[in-house]
Design a binder for this molecule. Structure first.
Ligand code: C2E
Ligand code: CA
Ligand code: CA
Length: 643
């Protein structure tokens, strides 16, 4: 804090000097000018002296008054100045600004002559503490290095802007040169700094909001577009850009049945898995929903790309636990490469998308690299989708039935209903080709209901003809998860007056594994109304013994791939044997599917397989043919039993 100097003395001093000067002037007139007292000492002379004295006294009084006035004015100004300075210093130390003057001394060393403000207090660089010290003596090496260049530029006559970062703060600085009056010499610079810590933080946050997906922490779609565009622009440097588009299979189902919080957790865990599975040069994105992307510019061989895709597929397939839910999620991947498959960013994404859809259509949990065939296939798929809309009303579907033969008595113990589509132009379309499209577009619900109703009506029709035979119906994933599946089936059973114990529903191992708790719940409901449950394509999934034990099921259908050429593979025999043993232990019946040869029947019967289904006995045939077939086979076996 500054103090007022006693300046009154100063004024008095000046005034007395002035009066002394006047008297010196008078005396010098008397003594040094040739003055004759005798002759001039008369009344006029006295008057002149008196006049001079009076004038000098008057001047003296005037000067004295002026001096007093000046003195009080100066005192006031000085007081004001000091008060303002004190106030400024107090205020500036609390404001998020810092103000400073810097001078250059010997050997170009820079030192503060003034430094005030919050930052000054924080860094303990106030005018008081730093006077006379060089700046490199009072600040850290990093700070000094970050400011010395802009300061030197200011000393060279430039207005400069620079940033100073301390551990907890960020300051924007502005400094400018001060020229010596009427000269081009700069002896001082002045500047101020503003605390922009908050702004910096907000900007960082904003940046993270705009670049990253808030749920998973991966880059977002916007960042993806920016990066692809940039890579394409610099393609000379990168040569090749590969995009892996990853879409979770049936994620919507998780969201719909278990709720969004569970869905969110699943996405977070998938993102973490991707981080674990990917290489350092891979950029990871969540493009939205359950769609992720891996982008990399390393010119990997197709072999490496295949390897990475397989790694991601199998990595995601491992069970994910969210709360009490064990989720068995799979992913479908589409891959496209720039410039081989696309000539711009949009086409790169579109083609990866087409390849990904192909993977979905081929049963999900799979990956494809884009090719021209995929484009043709997509066009076809869109046509099929259109035609499917009207297929039911146009009566283009028909159910075929494939008999299932009991190994012990060689009798027909059931039939599997398999749908057929006779397209008016394209002719016969295999269910393998249209069921996935129906599933994707949602038509499967309508088709599925049609299948169940027709199968039940067929049962009644056969029943009227004296044939009472169980019917199996396939349920697709979407159907299994449809709202009120159980109610819908019960309704049909009632309408068609069908005995529920004669209806069996086939769900695949992968459908059943998606959400174990939900599967158990639905299967229990179905079973309690008398319906039988079979696990289709068994052996292709990854269900464990403990998992199977929990499921309320009646039958395992061994997948065709294990039966194919079983006669020449000991491995397959061992595998099938273990499935049969497992079924026996769990009290399930077993059906071997896709049996084409007599020798296969022999092996399967020896292994203890309960039922056989396959071309060896009969392909899927129309209802009236089944009737003939069953009658023939069962009569034959009856005769055999009788003889
Ligand atoms: P799936 O349920 O595994 O049905 C067995 C498939 O194997 C049938 O093919 C059948 O014709 C075929 N098959 C039977 N025996 C043999 C054999 O000895 N050798 C060979 N190579 N194949 C044999 P299909 O009828 O083409 O059906 C294919 C798939 O389409 C079915 O596989 C099933 O997943 C699906 N599907 C068929 N009908 C329906 C349906 O009504 N609803 C649903 N959701 N899916 C259906
Ligand atoms: Ca089946
Ligand atoms: Ca099957």
């Amino acid at each position: 804090m500054k103090q007022v100097e006693p300046i009154f003395n100063n004024i008095l001093r000046k005034t007395s000097i002035l009066s002394i000067l006047i008297w010196i002037l008078l005396i010098s007139i008397v003594f040094f000018v040739d003055f004759d007292f005798e002759r001039h000492l008369n009344f006029e002379v006295y008057m002149i002296f008196f006049l001079i004295f009076a004038i000098s006294y008057f001047i003296f009084l005037l000067v004295l008054q002026q001096a007093a006035h000046q003195s009080s004015k100066m005192m006031f100004i000085e007081n004001e100045k000091i008060a303002i300075e004190n106030q400024f210093s107090n205020t500036s130390s609390t404001l998020p600004v810092t103000m400073y003057h810097l001078k250059k001394g010997k050997n170009d060393g820079i030192f503060f002559t003034y430094h005030e403000g919050k930052m000054a207090v924080e860094l303990d660089i106030t005018t008081e503490t730093v006077k006379g010290k060089l700046i490199n003596e009072i600040m850290s090496k990093e700070t000094f290095e970050s400011i010395i260049l802009p300061l030197e530029r200011a000393f060279s006559g430039n207005n400069v802007e620079f940033q100073v970062r301390t551990d907890n703060h960020v300051y924007d600085h502005y400094a400018w040169p001060i020229y010596k009056p009427n000269s081009k010499i700069i002896n001082e610079i002045r500047g101020y700094g503003i605390d922009v810590t908050l702004k910096d933080l907000t900007e960082k946050r904003m940046k993270s909001l705009t670049d990253y997906d808030q749920l998973t922490g991966l880059f977002n779609r916007k960042k993806y577009s920016q990066m692809v565009e940039r890579f394409i622009k610099d393609i000379d440097q990168y040569k090749q850009i590969s995009l892996m588009l990853i879409d979770l299979d049936d994620f919507k189902y998780v969201n719909d049945t278990l709720g969004h919080p569970v869905g969110d957790q699943l996405l977070i865990q998938v993102a973490n898995r991707l981080k674990r599975l990917s290489l350092p040069e891979h950029y990871l994105f969540r493009l939205g929903g359950d769609e992720f992307a891996v982008l990399f510019t390393t010119s990997n061989s197709l072999e490496e790309i295949n390897y990475n895709a397989k790694k991601i597929i199998s990595g995601i397939r491992e069970s994910i636990h969210v709360g009490s839910h064990q989720l068995n999620t799979t992913a479908s991947i589409g891959i496209s490469i720039y410039p081989d498959h696309a000539n711009d960013a949009k086409a790169l994404l579109k083609n990866a998308d087409l390849a990904m859809y192909r993977a979905k259509n081929k049963g999900k949990n799979h990956y494809f690299i884009y090719s021209k065939d995929i484009l043709l296939e997509t066009i076809q798929r869109i046509e099929i989708q259109k035609a499917l809309r009207t297929a039911i009303e146009k009566n283009e579907f028909i159910l075929y039935y494939q008999p299932q033969i009991d190994s012990e008595h060689r009798r027909v113990v059931g039939v599997e209903a398999l749908i057929r589509w006779h397209h008016p132009i394209k002719g016969f379309i295999s269910p393998k080709d249209f069921i996935p499209i129906a599933e994707e577009s949602g038509f499967i619900l309508e088709i599925g209901e049609w299948v169940i109703r027709n199968a039940c009506e067929q049962f009644r029709s056969w029943n009227k003809q004296g044939l009472k035979i169980p019917i199996s119906v396939n349920l697709s994933a979407k159907q299994f998860r449809q709202e009120n599946l159980v109610g819908m089936i019960q309704e049909i059973l009632k309408e068609t007056n069908m005995d529920p114990t004669y209806l069996s529903l086939e769900i695949t191992e992968s459908i059943s594994m998606e959400d174990v708790q939900f599967t158990i719940l639905i299967l229990r409901e179905l079973q309690s109304s008398g319906i039988k449950i079979a696990i289709d394509d068994f052996g292709t999934g990854y269900s464990s013994l403990s998992y199977l034990q929990q499921l309320p099921i009646n039958c395992l259908k061994i997948d065709q791939s294990f039966i194919h050429e079983i006669e020449s593979s000991n491995n397959k025999i061992t595998l099938v044997k273990s499935i049969i043993d497992l079924a026996e232990n769990l009290k399930f019946s077993v059906i071997a599917e896709g049996v084409e040869k007599m020798e296969q029947i022999k092996i399967l019967e020896d292994l203890g397989c309960h039922q056989i289904q396959g071309f060896v006995y009969s392909p899927p045939v129309e209802a009236h043919e089944v009737f003939q077939f069953v009658k023939k086979v069962n009569e034959m076996t009856l005769k055999k039993v009788e003889t």
